[in-house]
Design a protein around this ligand. Structure first.
Ligand code: KIV
Length: 267
């Protein structure tokens, strides 16, 4: 397909200063809508655990859950690049297990790449995956799988030392062969510095305007979650309210005998 998103095309976008768009998708119809809207990358994030499965955080998400949803997303997309997110403990043990798990996203589900949150040997694991022919997106800054060490979903990289550490992590991932890096929950200035000092595209979430691209959780931007969204989320719609209104309407229609009316029954 002519306008298929490829990794070289994403690289080219960074060089040309064209912004990259990435959104989460966990199912077939959402993948179709995002793909047809021209979103470059569909991320089957492990946010699946919280957004779709109702877990308290992303830690319980399993490989089988990720593969199940990634398959559906791959079936719904034609041109976007699909990235499967490696869940907690799927890349923390041996290199062999990391390659086997990452390979499932490609071989069983049909994804083109995987994403790894930063851990101490993330660069080594990235290199092993790239050597095995698996494309890797890194993820640094606020890494939700570290929720207990971070003490919550807190902005990272506020001190000069932490900012320097993040830049080093980004450089190590680039050297290891990652094709892109998610910068999550870092001050805009730190994200700008990293973006200007590495050759691969950065994709920001809560990381200001200077990243090479932006990602949001689709349910957040559609206003599907209850309560006030975090500061970095712009709600482009308020679908939770619209869905609630539609369901209320159906309920009252059925209870009052308004549905089904003649046009909705067979003769
Ligand atoms: O799991 C996810 O959805 C993510 C994005 C927020 C980057 O990692």
């Amino acid at each position: 397909m002519k306008d298929k998103t490829t990794i070289p095309k994403l690289q080219k976008k960074k060089q040309l200063g064209e912004k990259i768009t990435m959104l989460t998708a966990y199912d077939y119809p959402t993948a179709q809508v995002l793909d047809q809207a021209g979103i470059d990358i569909l991320l089957v994030g492990d946010s699946l655990g919280m957004v779709i499965l109702g877990y308290e955080n992303t830690l319980p998400v399993t490989m089988d859950e990720m593969i199940h949803h990634t398959k559906a997303v791959c079936l719904g997309r034609q041109r976007a690049l699909v990235v499967g997110d490696m869940p907690f403990l799927s890349f923390h043990l041996s290199v062999t297990e990391t390659v086997r798990n990452a390979g499932r996203f490609i071989k069983e589900a049909g994804a083109e790449a995987v994403k790894l949150e930063w851990i101490a040997d993330a660069a080594e694991k990235t290199k092993a995956l790239v050597d095995a022919g698996i494309s890797v997106m890194g993820h640094i800054g606020l890494t939700p799988q570290m929720i207990h060490q971070m003490g919550g979903f807190n902005v990272q990289g506020r001190s000069a030392d932490e900012a320097q550490r993040l830049l080093e992590e980004a450089r190590r991932l680039e050297e290891a062969g990652a094709f892109s890096i998610v910068l999550e929950g870092v001050p805009a200035e730190v994200a700008r510095e990293i973006t200007q000092n590495i050759g691969i595209p950065t994709i920001g979430i809560g990381a200001g305007p200077d990243c090479d691209g932006q990602v949001l959780v689709t349910h957040d931007l559609l206003g599907l979650n209850p309560g006030k969204p975090p500061k970095f989320v712009k709600e482009y719609a308020h679908l939770r309210q619209q869905i609630t209104d539609a369901i209320d309407h159906f309920k009252h229609d059925v209870e009052d005998g308004g549905f089904p009316s003649e046009e909705y029954w067979y003769k």
